[in-house]
Design a protein around this ligand. Structure first.
Ligand SMILES: C[S@@+](CC[C@H](N)C(=O)[O-])C[C@H]1O[C@@H](n2cnc3c(N)ncnc32)[C@H](O)[C@@H]1O
Length: 479
């Protein structure tokens, strides 16, 4: 984080429209700390492949930006990153040159300026002046260029820009309008069977998601936990979900600190709970989580196992993530091992046919949680799919080997892409030596959950259910 260019003149006197950078007497322009923090975060994402949710809190802390300024910096950073593809199309048109021909620091500053002009209620004068000052501090010779480009951006509003740039192809048009790459628009439309509804899903990705807690069953009551937190409410569907009202650090909540609750999307709770509650004949005390890091679902399964006299083996291939699982499940009957889940039958902790219930929460593109990771949609590529789908199928086949005859496997992804959902399940079952049948998963989700489709698998959606887009297939080993 650069530090030398801040001065008392940069503190806002009132609302955001007052945030004009004013040159301190005899010096260079003083930059607005919130905007500078947003620039640093966006630049780190593009320059260093940083993650905004990790890098921004550090930048805010180091630069002393707090309160309303921190909220503004966060909105500016996350919004700019979500909208990057569309902002780029508009800035490139206004600049009359492709983005690649603009210096990276100037490019990021222009994205932030354009976002303020087209999405925030920041006055045009303030948005242009502060961005030009930022550009002057980064690349002094580019200030005039930035000023001209932003004035052109400000000539029309977002709707008019979208109309002016609208491609003829409906998928490309939706991609521009809702700021997602076209391949993701196509994947959502395929999964939903309609481009019109996919546009609602894309819109939902552009909203800041609420933070959900999972109250560990048997350790803390959901309603009591909600009542103890200002503005919190119980979740709509999961019996364990508490919805926070925004603001504040969930890690500071006493029940989270002492392991009676953890941060977890309501959809993740629903799919883990479905595996634990679907009926099973015979022994039911030996459970397996084959892809456990960082331990969200292992935490819920561990709490349920504690109530039911069962235990969970939690497998994670990445050493540091296995450590996170162990820490997330402290005090619960969860045995964490740092191993490759595909080693069922070869690893002595993973005996073939040794488990009653098995969860495969497979590594995936994460297209179902794009609302949580603002830069992810532009970073993911269709070429990520083949290695992931291969791994998904191998892990699912390992789960089929791990489960005893009559036992259950839940295959879960945080992606609605059909190559990772139904196709992975069909392909793994087709190539498996072990016989499995799909079980209708819908009865093991709350009856109040709307629009769960015709089964047997279930696909959740942010715009329908307020959850991440989790996919669930339940399978029973028949022989
Ligand atoms: C989607 S995440 C699981 C999330 C986790 N279940 C939770 O709820 O917190 C997938 C995990 O699988 C792990 N993984 C990838 N390949 C694996 C393998 N061959 N064996 C075991 N774990 C693997 C990844 O490191 C990642 O932590």
């Amino acid at each position: 984080m650069r530090s030398a260019r801040r001065g008392p003149g940069a503190r806002p006197a009132g609302g955001r429209d007052d945030r004009l950078a004013r040159p301190p007497r005899g010096g260079r322009p003083a930059l607005d700390p919130a905007r500078e923090a947003a620039y640093e975060a966006v630049a780190a994402v593009h320059r260093d492949d940083a993650y905004a949710n990790l890098v921004l809190p550090r930048i805010l802390r180091e630069s002393g930006v707090t309160g309303r300024d921190a909220a503004f910096a966060t909105e500016l950073t996350y919004g700019t990153l979500r909208q990057t593809g569309t902002l780029d199309a508009i800035v490139a048109a206004a600049a009359d040159r492709p983005m690649e021909r603009i210096d990276p620091p100037v490019r990021d500053a222009l994205r932030l300026g354009a976002y303020q002009l087209l999405h925030l209620r920041v006055g045009a004068h303030a948005a242009v002046a502060t961005t030009v000052d930022l550009v002057r501090s980064l690349v002094p010779g580019a200030a005039g260029f930035a000023n001209a480009v932003l004035r052109r951006v400000a000539e029309t509003d977002r709707t008019a820009w979208l109309a002016r740039l609208a491609p003829a192809d409906p998928v490309d048009r939706a991609a521009l309008t809702h700021a997602h790459p076209a391949w993701i628009v196509r994947a959502f439309a395929d999964a939903l069977g309609s481009l019109e509804e996919a546009e609602l899903a894309l819109d939902a990705d552009n909203l800041a998601p609420p933070v959900h807690l999972c109250a560990h069953p048997g350790l803390i009551d959901t309603a009591d936990l909600a009542a103890s937190l200002r503005g919190a409410s119980v979740g709509r569907y999961s019996p364990y979900a508490v919805v926070l009202s925004g603001g504040g650090d969930p890690a500071a909540i006493a029940a989270v600190r002492d392991g009676r609750a953890h941060v977890q999307d309501e959809g993740s709770q629903l799919v883990a709970n479905a595996l634990a509650t679907a009926p099973l004949d015979g022994r039911d005390d030996t459970w397996l989580d084959l892809c456990a890091g960082p331990g969200g679902k292992a935490g819920l399964l561990g709490a349920l196992a504690l109530q039911r006299g069962a235990h969970v083996t939690a497998v994670e291939v990445a050493h540091h993530r296995a450590a996170l699982v162990a820490s997330a499940t402290t005090g619960l009957p969860v045995y964490t091992i740092n191993a490759d889940g595909r080693d069922v039958g070869r690893d002595r902790d993973l005996p073939a046919g040794g488990f009653d219930r098995v969860l495969v929460d497979a590594p995936c593109t994460g297209l179902g949680a794009l609302r949580r990771r603002p830069e992810a949609r532009w970073r993911r590529q269709p070429s990520d799919l083949p290695p992931l789908t291969r791994l998904q199928r191998e892990l699912l086949q390992a789960a089929f080997r791990a489960v005893r005859p009559g036992g259950l496997v839940a295959y879960v992804t945080c992606s609605p892409h059909q190559a990772e959902t139904s196709v992975s399940v069909t392909e793994a079952a087709r190539r498996s030596d072990v016989e499995v049948d799909l079980v209708d998963a819908r009865p093991y989700l709350p009856g109040s959950l709307p629009e769960v489709g015709t089964g047997p698998t279930v696909q959740l959606w942010p715009h329908r259910h307020g959850t991440d887009a989790m996919f669930l297939a339940l399978l029973r080993r028949t022989a």
